[in-house]
Design a protein around this ligand. Sequence first.
Ligand code: NAP
Length: 285
Amino acid sequence: MMNLLNGNEVSQTLKHEIKLNVEALKASGKKIPHLAAILVGSDGASMTYVAAKAKDCEEVGFNSTVLRFEASISEAELLEEVVKINNNPEIDGLIVQLPLPKHINEKKVTETISFKKDVDGFHPMNVGMMFKGLKTFLPATPYGVIQLLDHYKIETSGKHCVIIGRSDIVGKPMSALMLQKNCTVTVCHSKTPDVSLFTREADIIIAAVGIPEYLKGDMIKEGAVVIDVGITRIEDASLTKGYKLKGDVHFDSVAPKSSWITPVPGGVGPMTRIALLLNTLQAIS
Ligand code: NAP
């Protein structure tokens, strides 16, 4: 009964399609998408994420540039760098890896990126366009989830979708996109007294809480579609990398009751990476 929503597989298929697109652009002498990433400081996780994004670009044939700055860069200097990229016609998309050092206002930086190059979809202009259902850059994780649902032709119209989490990068935009897909949407958060009251009624559950194995089997109804956005690093000395990834879903108890479920890793994670590439491809059109 249970089927896997295989993000690894779908992301490979989409990656191949993007690559073919780039080859066609090259063949007709058109511009190749160019993504710039700003990395401030030397946080390990941030460096890994930026390197992965640059590698993804390379694999599909995009150009990419990583601009690295010391953690001591002033806010004014960083904003100047953003404006320089905004004005550089060679660059189509710009992302600033978060978090930024405490002395820099992230909101100011996000809002300084030209909304036409904001491939993370964080600029208020793009957020507004998304909520209105206009074509724009969608935030990577919710966009990736939509791609996954579409790929497996999961019926959304008339379904009750319960989203756990209301962050600006996942829960909130996810609710807008599921509404556009004709779901009846409920958004739960830390002030919801009894989340299971809602999840037990849900046809589709999207967990973006950040608490490992939060959603248990007794919180869902038989046949639910379950999307696990959560990724928490749990220390594990027995592994060479020193940690393993845990989702927000207690897979062993939830999977047997679900009709479709994403694994962690290999579910939403790789789809998020593909979404950035889709946005960057869109940035040249
Ligand atoms: P976040 O900003 O910390 O938001 C968590 C949300 O969960 C908040 O809205 C919070 O409610 C809610 N929450 C916390 N405890 C709760 C509880 N006990 N019951 C119900 N709701 C609760 O996190 P995020 O950035 O959205 O990320 C969520 C998870 O997804 C994290 O594990 C993150 O690492 C992961 N993530 C994965 C990807 C990917 O590529 N796979 C991308 C982004 C994020 P309040 O608003 O009331 O505080």
